[in-house]
Design a protein around this ligand. Structure first.
Ligand code: BJW
Ligand code: ZN
Length: 259
């Protein structure tokens, strides 16, 4: 059943989800797009004509920390002005019902925001942000890090945030290309994937490793992968069910209990 325009796919996928006891929702930038957070790839992903690959690297930060901080500061302000949508809310409700865990590549914290708004206790420990957080700063030299929501002064390199312990530059607390993810994070993500009966893959181009291996692991285990995306990806032809559409519309229809 791989034709994304077949209307019976939604019913079939919904049926599988209703019977599943352990669901993993794996998300990417498309999950946040309808909240107003730009994606990475495609024309809309560009910021001042730069590609993500040109800014989200340690080399870019070494070369021009002011430019990289300017991009991150802009994204921090965008996200602070965003609201979660019905897709986030339906995932959070399913997390509170204890059947769903979320692994996200997003650094915007929107899944956690939706879960906290609904029920912080029931959803605690059920969201994993693989690539870090826009609202964490960490030292480029020592272990210092902090949560930080304040605007960053990017008008001059001299004014960029510095470590209170060692005076080296602080950087965004995210995982850049060529950097290794924390071992604990990778282990948790793949453990959750290996325990899932069904993985719902939402709004990711499914090309960035090691995250892109998560749905492949679920398929290798003979379990079900449901893809929700506006456009085809390398995963589409492999997925058990592939649905073309918006996260905000499809997720409530897939996850919310029927009337
Ligand atoms: C909608 C929608 C709507 C829109 N509804 N859908 C093995 C093989 C090949 C390469 C590698 C490999 N292992 C490692 C690499 C290198 C690299 C990599 O994977 N490169 C690929 C590009 C090939 N990986 C790494 O460097 C990783 N490190 C690592 O593996 O360390 C070990 C190692 C080091 C060195 C060498 C080898 C091994 C680290 C990756 C870190 C990624 N970091 C970023 C930036 C995070 C911080 C930040 O946000 O600034 O993470 S890059 C960027 O891409 C970000 C995202 O999380 C990630 C994924 O993007 P995503 O979410 O898929 O977004 P888009 O924009 O691509 O897609 C959006 C989708 O949504 C589209 O499909 C739309 O159609 C859809 N959509 N609106 C539904 N409303
Ligand atoms: Zn330091």
């Amino acid at each position: 059943m791989k034709n994304p325009t077949d209307p019976t796919i939604l019913d079939a996928a919904r049926d599988v989800l209703e019977r599943a006891s352990n669901i993993l929702v794996f998300t990417g930038a498309g999950m946040s797009a309808e909240s107003g957070v730009p994606t990475f790839r495609g024309a809309e992903g560009l910021w001042k004509a730069f590609k993500a690959e040109e800014l989200a690297t340690p080399e870019a930060f070494q070369r021009d920390p002011r430019l990289v901080w300017e991009w991150y500061d802009w994204r921090r302000q965008v996200v602070l002005g965003c609201r979660v949508h019905d897709g986030h809310r339906s995932v959070a409700a399913a997390q509170a019902a204890r059947r769903v865990r979320v692994v996200t590549q997003n650094v915007d914290g929107l899944h956690a925001r939706a879960a906290n708004a609904l029920d912080p206790e029931a959803t605690a420990g059920r969201t994993l942000a693989m690539h870090g957080s826009l609202f964490r700063m960490m030292c480029t030299h020592c272990p210092y890090e902090r949560e930080d929501l304040d605007p960053v002064d990017t008008s001059a390199a001299e004014g960029l945030p510095r470590c209170p312990d060692c005076d080296h530059l602080l950087r965004p607390g995210v995982v850049w290309f060529g950097e290794t993810l924390e071992a604990r994070v990778v282990e948790t993500a793949f453990t959750w994937a290996s325990q899932a009966d069904v993985c719902v893959v939402v709004g990711t181009s499914a090309v960035v490793e090691p995250a892109a291996s998560i749905p492949r692991l679920v398929l290798e285990k003979g379990r079900v992968v449901i893809e929700v995306n506006l456009a085809p990806t390398p995963l589409t032809s492999l997925a058990t069910y592939a649905m073309q559409g918006r996260a905000s519309g499809l997720l409530p229809r897939l996850l919310e209990p029927s009337g």
